[in-house]
Design a binder for this molecule. Structure first.
Ligand code: FAD
Length: 505
């Protein structure tokens, strides 16, 4: 374990006292607030840091970074603590954003500026009396920054208004050496491009970001309401029901981005059901005629209900409006970004719960993302996909870890095999980061990997922001293999040397 008290540096007492004098906190294992602050959402990947720094102002984030970087102390950046890989924490020093909670709305420009410690629940709370929505997480305790840097979809609104990353106008970022920079389409556009899809923890500490908010007007319903629907099939021919749904998507919904779906498939020896949630972002009178041709087909759904819901109502229905985290199950998630779903893939999706001596439950989630990505000039590598197929595996005890993770990874491999003949699966979702995934570089980033590494080399040349499955800068060695031209090597080596030198100034 890395203990900050072991480091010989005069600057640490000053750093700690400065953070505290400005309303921030410094937490060690013995502090009463430590355990809550260090608890990760998923107990299966819990690690306990040696020190948690919680600055309350940007200058103190800067000071923390410059001090820790100069002393070569590795850090992790902590937001809402939902990373499935636990990459916001480690056994060393954590820079936690939980004291940076400011939210400012500019109604005229229809934008919102959120500091890095804000959680989606807090944003929904300030927007709840308005007619506006934001592209935020269905789980309200997810952090706004971690969510957005990895893409960020809201299965109910994204097809209308894009991913979270499509909606960011500006980031304010503290770099490894404490320098604060802006990233937007006009200022540092390469960093702006990389932050939108390059993933949390890679390029710098995002202090705040400004996003578009959207007024719900096309539904003709009062107070920002949208038609929220629920369709279920239980103990029927679930494959046929899903095939009918896929036909509806192809014939109607692929062309009509007002229609959204989030589908849960559950198959065990006791119960088999499909539960579809969705929204229609248009006048409710148009919904029924659009859906009719599909819903009259056999097997007919057991239920089809429509509600008028605000974003807060949807978060209450689908998310879990609680904080801090209660004791919960251990979890592992895998995800497949798919261009389409074939009949053989459906067979894998409809497999029964894992057969294991340890109780493991499997909850299949299929998010419909056709035409969701609105700005193609970002690091989001999946403009061509239609689905994220993402089952979550949950279990309760440490003894189950191996069996559950094994069940999840082998399920994912079976899905990949089923998709192989049609090449339907083109990657995996970075926000559902999977520490066991092979070829994660190409699965998360596809063709953007090299460009992201180049941008990393400029903004974090010594790889200070580092974690497993993080983007590395380009090293001299990797350049030598890539570039055969002597002059290219010389030019880029020179650039890296200059940046490395500057970074230590
Ligand atoms: C229950 C649940 C529901 C989810 N639902 C959705 C969903 O509907 N849609 C979706 O797209 N995703 C969803 N996710 C995935 C979620 O978006 C990612 O796990 C996201 O990375 C979590 O961000 P966080 O800040 O909460 O977590 P953290 O673990 O704190 O951070 C995640 C990563 O971002 C980095 N990071 C955090 N803050 C900063 C910062 N200020 N600057 C730079 N890097 C930072 C961390 O170092 C870490 O690597 C869900 C996850 C869970 C557990």
């Amino acid at each position: 374990m890395f203990l900050i008290d072991d480091i010989k540096s005069d600057s640490f007492p000053t750093l700690e006292s400065t953070i505290i004098s400005h309303g921030g906190h410094v937490l060690r294992v013995t502090d009463s607030q430590y355990r809550l602050a260090a608890t990760l959402w998923n107990p299966a990947i819990q690690v306990w840091p040696s020190l948690i720094l919680q600055p309350a102002i940007y200058d103190d984030v800067s000071l923390a970074l410059s001090t820790l970087y100069s002393a070569k102390v590795p850090i992790r950046i902590m937001g809402g603590r939902h990373s499935y890989g636990g990459y916001c924490s480690h056994r060393g020093v954590v820079l936690d954003s939980s004291r940076l909670k400011n939210i400012t709305i500019n109604w005229e420009d229809e934008t919102i500026t959120m500091q890095s410690g804000v959680l989606w629940r807090e944003v929904y709370d300030v927007l709840k009396e308005s007619e506006y929505i934001i592209i935020g997480g269905l789980c309200p305790s997810v952090g706004v920054v971690g969510f957005t840097l990895g893409g960020g979809y809201n299965s109910m609104y994204t097809r209308s208004y894009g991913l979270a990353l499509d909606n960011v106008l500006k980031f304010t970022v503290a770099l490894y050496n404490g320098t604060i920079v802006t990233a937007s389409s006009q200022i540092n556009p390469d960093l702006y491009w990389a932050l939108r899809g390059g993933g949390g923890g890679n390029f710098g500490y995002v202090l705040e970001m400004t996003q578009k908010i959207h007024r719900i007007t096309d539904t003709k319903l009062p107070s920002g309401q949208i038609s929220f629907f629920n369709i279920t099939w239980e103990n029927q021919d679930l494959k046929e029901a899903l095939l009918n749904w896929l036909i509806f998507l192809k014939d109607i919904a692929d062309m009509d981005t007002r229609i959204s779906f989030d589908v849960i498939v559950y198959v065990s020896s006791e119960r088999r059901f499909i539960m579809m949630w969705g929204t229609f972002n248009g006048p409710q009178v148009e919904l029924q005629p659009l859906f009719n041709s599909w819903l009259i087909k056999n097997p007919k759904p057991d239920t089809f209900s429509i509600f008028n819901y605000t974003q807060m109502d949807i978060a209450r229905e689908l998310g879990i409006l609680i904080n801090p985290f209660p004791v919960r199950e251990r979890q592992h998630i895998v995800s497949a970004m798919a261009i389409n779903i074939t009949s053989t893939m459906l067979d894998v999706i409809l497999e029964s719960q894992p057969n294991s001596t340890v109780p493991i439950a499997q909850f299949m989630d299929i998010i419909y993302l056709n035409n969701a990505n609105k700005d193609k000039n970002t690091a989001w590598p999946f403009p061509d996909i239609s689905f994220d197929i993402a089952p979550g595996f949950v279990w309760t005890t440490l003894d189950g870890d191996y069996a559950a993770i094994n069940a999840a990874e082998s399920w994912w491999q079976r899905l990949l095999n089923a998709a192989a003949p049609t090449q339907s699966i083109v990657g995996a979702y970075l926000n559902y980061i999977d520490p066991y995934m092979p070829n994660w570089q190409s699965m998360y980033y596809r063709n953007n990997w090299n460009r992201l590494r180049e941008i990393k080399t400029i903004w974090d040349p010594t790889w200070y922001f580092r974690f497993p499955q993080g983007i590395p800068p380009i090293t001299r060695q990797s350049l030598a293999t890539k570039f055969t031209s002597k002059w290219s090597i010389l030019a880029i080596t020179f650039t890296i040397t200059v940046f490395s030198k500057l970074s230590y100034l």
